[in-house]
Design a protein around this ligand. Structure first.
Ligand code: FBP
Length: 263
């Protein structure tokens, strides 16, 4: 494990990862058409300069082109694998850039999706193994696992036991941070956090909901011992991303309630 108290991708041991890899994962029509300005990655890099954001997760092409202009103000989380929505096979996410190249571009952490339960789980575990060992041994880079149990045999990927299984897998495979979907209740989240032992657990944002509902789920995660959030649409699809980031800063880093943060 990499100690995360003083890491460039955490603040007081907590994280607010802004994710913008949706052009690859979902396609531009799905997530950017309601907010066409975000098709220009600079729009999201500008949002990521907010103090609340501890790192920005992007794919290689975006990092190569835009990160050099933002490296003083933004911490880079290199999302090393990713798949398109056009792929119709069992869940699998190929590696698109190496740890070495991410380090060369100035990455402060690396991220990797693992679909446990897929028929292609063995391949993904092997690929994750190489990434995790190289990131830790050669570069001291924290590793964030997007831990999404998913595949033919899994009917419900947000069930309590499945989410806790996901955080535990992240821990046992050596991730420093596990990013998981919200299992539905604070008690279930608490179990997922306990199952992760000393791997930190952050909640995945999901599709856009109201300010109140979104902040309440983040508050529940923090109360359950979670370490923050990795979010995309619920920030940059809003008319005023800065406002929601101000509120998130209070809930995640200052222990405010949703009502206090929205005052
Ligand atoms: P959101 O907060 O917008 O859900 O983004 C988080 C994220 O993990 C992105 O990094 C990724 O593109 C997307 O969700 C993948 O979601 P899914 O696999 O459920 O389509």
């Amino acid at each position: 494990m990499i100690p995360l108290t003083d890491s460039p991708v955490t603040r007081d041991g907590k994280s607010l990862i802004l994710a913008m890899d949706h052009g690859l994962e979902h396609g531009p029509s799905a997530d950017f058409s309601s907010v066409p300005d975000t098709l220009d990655p600079e729009t999201v890099f500008d949002i990521a300069t907010h103090d609340a954001v501890t790192s920005l997760a992007v794919q290689k092409g975006v990092a190569e082109t835009y990160y050099p202009s933002y490296d003083d103000d933004v911490s880079l989380l290199a999302k090393l694998n990713g798949t398109s929505n056009l792929w119709m096979g069992e869940p699998y996410s190929p590696q698109n850039w190496t740890v070495d190249y991410a380090a060369e571009l100035g990455a402060d952490a690396v991220g990797y999706t693992v679909y446990s339960g897929s028929n292609r789980e063995p391949e993904m575990y092997e690929e994750f193994r190489d990434v995790q060992e190289r990131a830790h041994r050669e570069y001291d880079l924290p590793v964030v696992m997007w831990s999404y149990p998913r595949g033919q045999g899994l009917k419900n990927d947000t069930k309590e036991s499945v989410i806790a299984y996901g955080t535990r897998i992240a821990h046992e495979l050596g991730a420093d941070i596990a990013k998981v979907k919200y299992p539905g209740s604070p008690e279930e989240m608490e179990w997922a956090v306990k199952s992760a032992a000393d791997t930190k657990v952050v909640m995945s944002g999901g599709s856009k909901v109201s300010d109140y509902d979104f902040l309440s789920s983040v508050e529940a995660v923090m109360n359950a011992g979670g370490s923050g959030l990795a979010v995309g649409r619920n920030v940059w699809q809003r008319d005023d991303p800065e406002r929601i980031l101000d509120a998130l800063e209070q809930v995640i880093f200052e222990g405010a309630t949703t009502d206090e943060a929205l005052e």
